[in-house]
Design a binder for this molecule. Structure first.
Ligand SMILES: NC(=O)C1=CN([C@@H]2O[C@H](COP(=O)(O)OP(=O)(O)OC[C@H]3O[C@@H](n4cnc5c(N)ncnc54)[C@H](O)[C@@H]3O)[C@@H](O)[C@H]2O)C=CC1
Ligand SMILES: O=C([O-])CC(=O)C(=O)O
Length: 327
């Protein structure tokens, strides 16, 4: 077919595949397409559902005015040659549950999704969203057999966004002036770092008393739970989708941004062989650098406790996947 002047294509149209077209996946598809970052393929096990959502998003183009292609599918072949694969497939938690309660149900889903998607996009960068995040990122990495720096877990951008939100609400200042850092697992033991958090360069500790900071840190740790308890069915998806979209933008535009994300540690922070939230530099190769922050005694102990919890739950996931605890 001769190329038409009415349908220009750049020499490389970036393509993002999203495995799991539920709340987070479909909201992310909208963000990626409407920010004009990439064409999007949404895959789900439910027949017709990703196809219907994709058609709806295609029709929105008539108003939003972009030319991105959005495809819905149940077939992994349609995800081939993606630049980025995002895994959002799996169950969200219900009120009263911890994220770790999802290990059993989500480990097999994530393992299959990573294997099937990366087999068709061997050059892709893999971003994992499914909970429990740090453990599922490890499961996806092992299944995909990708180099570790091309597998990244999304949580820190979201946790830091929540920390920034609560600071901005407390001080009545624009969120644009706040920089916040959160380390550790995406769970009850996450480690928001007030010492590395600033408002237009002013250390947070000069603007708030210790008690107020402690209250905001606790609300940040409970950020996901607060929404689960309010919603009753399902969990947060607008801020999670925005957070993944920021990471996709950093990678596709090779922005060298520093964001907290779950990365594979190989001796950094004295830890090995696990994924956990640390400051990472993101570019077109994935994680180009893991930054090691100087931690004081309390911060180091909190990070260590967080890592121990991830290691313990990772062991549980490995046992489930090897079949040794299957009844
Ligand atoms: N890392 C983070 O910060 C966050 C993680 N999450 C997690 O993301 C996951 C998705 O959350 P939601 O989108 O709200 O859930 P959802 O239930 O709306 O969507 C999940 C989708 O996965 C699909 N799915 C299930 N098994 C599949 C398979 N084998 N292959 C392909 N698709 C499959 C389901 O049909 C469903 O459409 C949950 O595990 C949730 O806990 C959610 C928010 C933030
Ligand atoms: O709370 C949940 O289960 C979903 C999630 O990870 C979050 O919103 O932080």
């Amino acid at each position: 077919m001769s190329s038409s002047p009415f349908f220009p294509r750049s020499c490389h149209q970036a393509r993002v595949s999203i495995i799991g077209a539920g709340k987070v996946g479909s909201t992310l598809a909208q963000r990626v397409a409407e920010k004009n970052l990439a064409d999007v393929v949404m895959l789900d096990v439910l027949e017709g559902m990703p196809q219907g959502l994709a058609l709806d998003l295609m029709e929105a183009r008539g108003v939003e005015g972009h030319d991105r292609q959005i495809i819905g599918t149940n077939d992994y072949d349609d995800t081939a040659n993606s630049d980025i694969v995002v895994i959002t497939a799996g169950r969200p938690r219900k009120p009263g549950m911890n994220r770790d309660d999802l290990i059993e149900i989500n480990a097999k889903i994530v393992k299959t999704a990573a294997k099937e998607a990366v087999a068709r996009s061997p050059e892709a960068i893999l971003i994992v969203v499914t909970n429990p995040l740090d453990v599922m990122t490890y499961v996806a990495w092992e299944a995909s057999q990708l180099p570790c720096r091309r597998v990244i877990g999304m949580a820190g951008v979201l946790d830091a966004a929540r920390f920034k939100t609560f600071i901005s609400m407390e001080l009545g200042v624009s969120i644009q002036d706040i920089k916040a850092m959160v380390l550790g697992d995406h769970g009850q033991l996450m480690v928001p770092l007030p010492r590395y958090t600033t408002v237009d360069g002013i250390p947070l500790m000069e603007l708030m008393d210790t008690q107020t900071i402690e209250r905001i840190v606790e609300r940040t740790r409970n950020g996901g739970t607060e929404i689960v308890e309010l919603m009753k069915t399902g969990s947060a998806y607008f801020a999670p989708a925005s957070s993944v979209s920021l990471m996709i933008e950093a990678i596709l535009l090779d922005q060298s941004r520093i964001v907290p994300a779950a990365a594979y540690l190989q001796g950094e922070y004295g830890l090995r062989d696990l994924f956990i939230g640390v400051p990472c530099q993101l570019g077109c190769q994935g994680i180009t650098q893991v930054l090691e922050l100087e931690l004081d005694e309390g911060e180091r102990a909190a990070f260590q406790a967080s890592a121990e919890s991830v290691a313990q739950h990772l062991k549980q996931a490995k046992e489930i996947l090897s079949g040794s605890t299957l009844g």
